[in-house]
Write a protein that binds this ligand. Sequence first.
Ligand code: NAP
Length: 291
Amino acid sequence: MMTLLDGNATARKIREEIAQQVNERRAQGLAVPHLAAVRVGNNGASLTYVGAKVRACEEVGFKSTLVHLGDDTTEAQLLATIDTLNRDPDIDGYIVQLPLPPHINEHRVLLAIDPAKDVDGFHPENVGRMALNLPCFLPATPYGIIQLLERYHVPTEGKHCVIIGRSHIVGLPMTILMQRNGYPGNATVTLTHSKTVHLKEIVCQADIVIAALGRPGFVTADMVAEGATVVDVGITRIADPTKKSGFRIAGDVLFDEVAPRCAFITPVPGGVGPMTIVSLLANTLQAVLRK
Ligand code: NAP
């Protein structure tokens, strides 16, 4: 029987747990967590994502600050903003929404973030700590996937986990987390990408498939073994005039034909997406607790 890994319900549960901890802090006269988000320019997707993050903060009782800089912001100006956030004792964690305008060097910006406030987990220090299984901020999407697997008790030990996509924000960290000695983890991991040959044959051998390539409907039923667990990270907007928004969201997995074969599967939307935002909140709470 197939179990749906319900990201909406799980994220709601985690939000309630976080809100409860915030209330307890408030009752004890302690400061509530404060997350800041820096947005540069007017990229449409960034606007949506940052808006959703700020709303999520309000829901759990966090303080939030949105720093919006114009399209013509120089790298030096952005670095100065980051320096201010690093020094501000009232800010527990912050994110710099990517992508940045092309005239700004993303790597230099990420390096400037104080690793103790880097709740996106993108600073090389946090990536290194993750690889060494030391306390760190996990990047939000992988952290969300791990929490989803954990809350549904999805078996991972000894399983063959095939990851499609090697981005620094999803695929690569998932390989690190799935091979860790612990739960969820202890999987045997194969990382695949656009240069992989015999991809279909490899995915067919997977007990767990994590699809993070950004190609709608890429994973079809003939690629998935009976009883597999499938995590669909893909989010692609597809024009759809029947929708009020004018588009629908498609995942990397052809859900309708793959789901009947699965032990566990995430839907899109309502799977990994909501888990990502709640993981950012979890990181921000941890930033406060670690102080
Ligand atoms: P990305 O930077 O877009 O990179 C895509 C990866 O997939 C690359 O490693 C690429 O290989 C690989 N790839 C592309 N075509 C392939 C093919 N035909 N066969 C095998 N591998 C292929 O990845 P991303 O930023 O992780 O995003 C992936 C998807 O996840 C997107 O739809 C994105 O919107 C979504 N996403 C969702 C969330 C969420 O919260 N749910 C968060 C982040 C991203 P090469 O390296 O060889 O080019």
